[in-house]
Design a protein around this ligand. Sequence first.
Ligand code: PLP
Length: 454
Amino acid sequence: MKQYKYQLDENQMPTQWYNILADMKSPPPPYRHPATLEIMTPDDLAPVFPAALIEQEVSSERWIDIPEEVQDVLRMWRPAPLYRAHRWEKALDTPAKIYYKWEGVSPAGSHKPNTAIAQAYYAKQEGLEGFATETGAGQWGSALSLANQLFGLKTKVFMVAISYQQKPYRRIMMETWGGEVVPSPSSETHAGRAILEQDPDSPGSLGIAISEALEYAMTHDGYKYSLGSVVNFVLMHQTVIGLEAIKQMEMAGDYPDIVIGCAGGGSNAAGLIYPFMKDRLTGEKPDLRAIFVESTACPSMTRGAYAYDWGDTAKTGPVAKMHTVGHAFIPAPVHAGGLRYHGIAPTISALLESEDGEARAYHQLEVFEAAETFTNSEGIIVAPETLHAVRAAYDEALRCKETGESQVILFNASGHGHFDLSAYDAYRRESLRDYRLEEERLAEALSSLPQIKE
Ligand SMILES: *Cc1c(COP(=O)(O)O)cnc(C)c1O
């Protein structure tokens, strides 16, 4: 009998997060202050993030305990299942073995609650009243609203105006979980009002929304700012994905040759990949391949610079050394909204530099092409972001078919696409198109990076 799912008992869920900084030979350099560009201290970050999270951000401890209360909430849907894609393997006629970790089982439908829950817990511990944050299409805002609701905290979400108008369902989810959602730019902040004065019909951007959320957090007592990707502590909270997957792969009697994740800011990819990357960094599995997959519309890893850059368009957030297409870059409106961040997690950047990981980029048409074979054999309709990982797994499986190798491929299925069905519709109606990113536009966006001597 074929086994399709590998499921852990609730008591097998990880009780510690894995911190990759402990095993990196060349970890990323410290953040710089957005205004002075001097090295940022934990004190500089104190008005922005809860203290416990700042401590995690700079920690080099290999293992950090997951508080009981956080484990208790995660157990509402974790451990998440690991699937063997028997039917997809057959459809692709590949000798490769394909596995995927399914994170779409959380109430918000993606991996994002894994860190939202932890952040809400520490905010509650610190006695905060709530978090302010930004959201694009709403995946992060809905995950944080859920988490805050469970811990009795308030959520203020600045949602990019154009998405607020065009994508009501995630706004309704946020409001259902008690979030207060305003379209950004809003008249509630200086940053928002300044934009509205110039352009009353501004569609907004993630950069503007971040500036508004930061300003709101700094000017409202009891509020701090919450971030859903990129920084070390977020990636670390996501390692529950890979730590579970290691045990599940053991149950299946396999170890991956290739681990794959799609990467916007990099949190779900790191969440699956880092616990396996540990084996590569410590020399146990020197041949493990890790593939980070991005969108050609926002190609920070494959065409960007490895340089210091601001984390947000308005230059109010920390400056980090990372692969970036420039904080002022505005990507084409591809359906994979979660892959439209201009930078990538600094630890992923450092792993790419040390050649411990690989990066690749896909256009949206080719990811939907692979989606057809995946969805028709596995049944699950994944998010457009996730489809980038699906496409990479597809290409590796077809390479194995050519070479006759029976390699083991594992990818992260980061979330479901139930609120992204219009993208599937566009593909089926042949109205989906690719965008070419001209070299000149990229060069222009890269011309405004801060000048920092190391
Ligand atoms: C937000 C999101 C992503 C991209 O964010 P990362 O931080 O790179 O993981 C990918 N997939 C889904 C389903 C998302 O919601």
